[in-house]
Design a protein around this ligand. Structure first.
Ligand code: HEC
Ligand code: HEC
Length: 362
């Protein structure tokens, strides 16, 4: 906060014709700097979480397991609005814990009230993704690579990597926690994104009603959700794409979302912008379905208001366009069957990811 404020003061002085050299960041007033003890208490190092029921893989068995000190540091960074240009937007502004780390709006709003073009996706269980690419179009090759994007995105956090690193490095308390996490006080973009990505990897979702039913508790879900499960993995074949622990193949498919029949074009070209392959036109990454009931509206553009609307889109076989996935074909489902698919998805709300911002920041 102090460092960012002094930048603003510096600019102000420059406008008045004074030397900006006067505006060196003042030392943080002792009263406002929390002690390391308070910080430790507000955000203690926690062991790497055990996987909730239904998540058969373990974080500790990953090739590069998240490290507790980095997770703790990443938690602060994830919730820290000072990473944005005007101190108003944190990662958590758009990836809201209570909304399954997504957001219940069609698109996100970044600094200065600017609206983006895509819906903020959830990253729950991303530690175990089949493929590492992130973003709706897969343009980032890892969670680390992804995390550097929003800070320097003019609509999202509106900052530059240089200023983010300077802001964090200018904070003695943060430096102390970088030392604990990485062995020395050096603050780099790579370390910032590593810490955030390790925090993200610990956000797991399992132990849902559905997981408890699969583990043998016959009463954990109602008949409708059981019927929905049979359809999802059977006749409706949703599991062709929504598969595995997170219910996503992490691949790209065209469902016709965003196709403009009048213009014969997509509002958003999706994966095509990255690969230039015509089959990727209008294709987007399959989103995971855990906690999905928490964050309507749906799809990359938030264009479908409810889970009922999503199922209706599949029933009609998607929206016809020249690049529609061959896996999309009309689904002959009764209204009752459509409802049971919705009930199944509602039964996928569970636990393991819940969190809130630490009360005190470095
Ligand atoms: C202003 C809102 C906003 C902010 C702030 C924001 N994000 Fe996002 N995030 C989005 C949107 C929108 C997308 C999808 C963009 C796209 O695909 O082009 C996204 C995508 C992602 C994804 C990809 C998930 C997947 O499955 O592909 C991850 C991970 C993520 N953000 C983490 C972060 C982190 C870490 C930060 C902070 C450094 C952050 N976000 C800040 C809105 C935001
Ligand atoms: C061909 C692969 C494929 C099949 C089959 C498929 N999906 Fe999807 N699903 C996707 C993709 C890709 C998206 C995102 C599309 C977009 O935004 O353009 C998606 C989006 C969704 C969403 C929105 C989630 C969110 O966070 O916005 C839900 C819910 C969903 N699918 C449920 C289902 C159900 C239920 C079925 C079976 C009836 C199904 N899917 C079949 C690939 C598939």
């Amino acid at each position: 906060m102090i460092a960012r404020l002094s930048v603003a003061v510096g600019v102000g002085l420059a406008v008045l014709g004074w030397s900006t050299a006067l505006a060196e960041p003042p030392a943080a007033p002792a009263a406002s700097a929390p002690t390391l003890e308070r910080l430790e208490k507000a955000n203690p190092v926690a062991p790497i979480p055990a996987s909730p029921l239904g998540i058969e893989r373990k974080l500790a068995e990953l090739p590069k397991p998240p490290e507790p000190e980095r997770v703790r540091l990443g938690r602060w960074l994830f919730f820290d609005k000072r990473l944005s240009a005007d101190n108003t937007v944190a990662c958590a502004t758009c990836h809201v814990p209570d909304d399954g780390f997504s957001q219940p709006t069609p698109v996100s709003t970044g600094i200065g009230g600017q609206k983006g073009k895509r819906k903020a996706p959830s990253f729950l269980n991303a530690a175990f993704a089949f493929f590492p690419e992130t973003f709706w179009d897969g343009r980032a090759s890892s969670l680390e690579d992804q995390a550097s994007g929003p800070m320097a995105n003019p609509i999202e956090m509106g900052n530059t990597h240089e200023v983010v690193v300077k802001t964090v490095a200018g904070n003695a308390n943060y430096r102390a926690f970088f030392k604990k996490a990485f062995g020395d006080e050096k603050v780099t973009l790579e370390r910032i994104t590593k810490a955030i990505a390790d925090y993200e990897r610990t956000r797991l979702s399992g132990n849902s009603q559905w997981d408890r039913w699969k583990a043998g508790d016959q009463k954990a879900v109602g008949d409708a959700a059981k019927k929905g499960d049979e359809l999802f993995f059977g006749k409706a074949n949703c599991s062709r794409c929504h598969v595995g622990i997170a219910f996503t193949d992490s691949r790209f498919h065209n469902l016709g979302i965003g196709w403009d029949e009048a213009k014969k074009d997509f509002a958003d070209k999706g994966r095509f912008a990255i690969t230039s392959k015509s089959e990727d036109l209008g294709a987007f990454k399959t989103p995971g379905l855990r906690e999905t009931a928490l964050h309507a509206p749906y799809m990359h553009d938030g264009s479908l208001a409810t889970l009922q609307d999503v199922v209706a889109h599949y029933r009609k076989g998607g929206t016809k366009n020249p690049h529609l996935s061959p896996k999309m074909e009309p689904l002959p489902l009764t209204d009752d069957e459509a409802n049971s698919l919705v009930e199944l998805m509602k039964a996928l709300n569970g636990e393991g990811y819940q969190d809130s911002a630490p009360a005190v920041f470095p």
